[in-house]
Ligand binder design. Structure first.
Ligand code: ARG
Length: 580
């Protein structure tokens, strides 16, 4: 099933072909940038006219003539605008037909994509040595929204939580846990309830006691070579650390669970194979005792080639080695079409190198598309990386608790008469939604300023505003006693109704764009605009007091608006409430 935009693109492209003989030209149909330009505009004629050295407005007129001969139901009329744009106005009759099919459940709100791909999404992926901190927030939230969207489109999504559970730090943690176990007997697991503190204490032992440091280094070697006791302690540690993650995921309504683990340690056995294959492909060189791959496209500032180190001189493997093995697994075992890595922008060189080496050595299949979905750093309102007052990283769990408690204060101000129980439920949802939405609504590639006041505001492009808009529509429907089944939208009396319905029909187009480019902020913008149009409609077009026919029709339009808002927020991992 195609969206209207895709359909129009093909039609305009076909019309251009009839007029010029050029095949598969880019009609560049976009949502109209202003209401004065209709519902869609085709911008593709001007570059083609330039290429063919003909008058663009004349060509646009010819293309429109051709389009008219296609008799498309969906189009009411066309017009040439400015230097050669084609404005396209949709037909109300056809819009209503489509909308009613959706409202009555004959068509899905979001159609399945034409081809179902196998898509692996690596996201969240914290290092397990420490507790999850604010640095993990963005990847977790953005990744989960992308996963939900792709799944909704009918793709086969494989979630991968590529947790860091295998680095050198684990030696230190194992040794420290061993010590506690010996001195405190059974009490030791309590030390792991505060993982952050445990890590700090272990680290200070490591830094101040050489014998402890030596034992720690040995412990890594033991662990990685399969020593039973080290493995057992390590397993306990990882288990505790994962419990911390699970708590965060459930609080944040993140769809990751234990079955999605794609831990670094799982690749341990494959690392020697990676080195062997690189050597067979003639890609391996030695540099200062380390095994490296040099590729011509990676050049340092001084003009010398940059190495991708895959094995250190002491025999240890690196982060890159594991990631190369993981590309092989995705390509050859999981048969993946698209692999997305939702990871901090600071790892961009790492991924460029891993992808390049994997392709060069054929760890990657021809078909796999490897994509780093990068995101910027979370900053405080002074524009500095987000830290606690004492300069420590902020624990995620504390941040979320703070958001919920701030939301509670706000909800209490707004709704003092509500029972305390209900205020708690609402603030739990609003507090979490505010944090998630604030992140999702920013362009992920920029650094992002974390600011309580804006994210919890009931105005602007925020979760509380959208959740409130949704609750508002539901309460209108409840007042009208309209619990469904819903009647049809029978007519669009005012231009605002046309605008609202067109916006609603465009929902799958936005979902499509986010699925391919992975910018959830576009979906946020869309929902914010939609809610704004609905509010205008609500103010300008009487609903409950209108004549019966119009009342029914407008109630159905409101119902459809609420369905899209709910579905849109759900795709972002945000739950709605019927009362706020
Ligand atoms: N554990 C890493 C970190 O916290 C992120 C892992 C991302 N995924 C990957 N395949 N490298 O920085």
């Amino acid at each position: 099933m195609r969206t209207i935009k895709q359909f129009l693109n093909r039609q305009v492209s076909a019309a251009i072909e009839s007029c010029t003989g050029l095949r598969d030209s880019n009609a560049n149909v976009i949502t109209a940038s202003k209401v004065e330009f209709g519902d869609y505009q085709a911008n593709g004629v001007m570059p083609i006219a330039k290429q063919l050295k003909v008058n663009p407005r004349e060509l646009a007129n010819q293309v429109i003539e051709e389009l008219r001969s296609f008799n498309l139901n969906i189009v009411e009329r066309y017009e040439v605008a400015g230097p050669g744009f084609i404005n396209i106005y949709l037909s109300d009759t056809e819009l209503l037909r489509r909308a009613n099919a959706i409202i009555n459940g004959k068509l899905p709100i979001i159609p399945k994509s034409e081809i179902s791909l196998r898509i692996a999404v690596d996201y969240s992926s914290p290092n397990l040595a420490k507790e999850m901190h604010v640095g993990h927030l963005r990847g977790t939230i953005i990744g989960d929204a992308i996963v939900r969207i792709l799944e909704k489109q009918g793709h086969q999504v494989i979630r991968q939580n590529h947790v860091g559970d295998w680095g050198t730090q684990f030696g230190m943690l194992i040794c420290y846990l061993q010590e506690l176990q010996q001195t405190n007997g059974k009490e030791y697991p309590a030390a792991l309830t505060d993982l952050e503190r445990f890590y700090r204490e272990a680290k200070s032992r490591f830094d101040s006691d050489r014998k402890f440091a030596d034992r720690s280094r040995q412990a890594v070697v033991d662990l990685q070579s399969g020593d039973q006791e080290s493995q057992q302690i390590w397993t306990q540690f990882i288990e505790e650390s994962l419990n911390h993650c699970d708590e965060i995921y459930s609080k944040l309504n993140i769809t990751l669970d234990r079955s999605h683990l794609d831990s670094e340690s799982q690749y341990n056995d494959q690392l020697t194979g990676v080195i062997k294959k690189l050597s067979e492909e003639g890609l391996l060189s030695e540099s200062e005792g380390a095994k490296c791959v040099f590729l011509p496209q990676f050049i340092g500032k001084d003009g010398s080639k940059l190495p991708v180190i895959v094995q250190k001189s002491d025999g240890g493997y690196l982060y890159s080695t594991t990631d190369i093995a993981a590309v092989h697994h995705k390509s050859h075992t999981l048969d993946i079409d698209r692999a997305l890595y939702v990871v901090d922008a600071r790892q961009s060189l790492h991924f460029q190198q891993v992808f390049a080496v994997s392709k060069e050595a054929k760890f990657a299949t021809e078909k796999i598309s490897l994509e780093h979905i990068s995101y910027g750093t979370m900053m405080d309102s002074a524009g500095k990386p987000f830290k606690t007052r004492s300069g420590d990283t902020v624990k995620l769990i504390e941040l979320l608790d703070e958001s919920v408690s701030r939301a509670y204060t706000l909800v209490t101000e707004k709704n003092p008469d509500l029972a305390d129980e209900e205020r708690k439920v609402i603030s739990e949802k609003v507090g979490i939604a505010a944090v998630k939405y604030a992140d999702l609504s920013k362009n992920r590639t920029s650094d992002y300023i974390f600011d309580w006041a804006t994210m919890l505001s009931f105005e602007g492009n925020t979760a509380p505003y959208l959740m409130y808009a949704y609750a508002r529509i539901r309460s209108i429907l409840a007042k009208a006693n309209m619990g469904g089944p819903y009647e049809t939208i029978s007519e669009l009396k005012s231009p605002l109704e046309h605008l609202l319905l067109t916006k609603l029909i465009q929902f799958p187009e936005i979902v499509d764009t986010v699925a391919s480019d992975c910018f959830p902020n576009l979906l946020c913008n869309y929902l914010h605009e939609l809610a704004g149009i609905f509010m205008r409609f609500y103010e300008e077009c009487p609903i409950l007091s209108a004549d019966e026919d119009i009342r029914q029709s407008r109630l159905s339009l409101s119902n459809y608006s609420s369905l899209v808002l709910k579905q849109g927020l759900e795709l972002l991992g945000i739950e709605t409430l019927t009362q706020m």
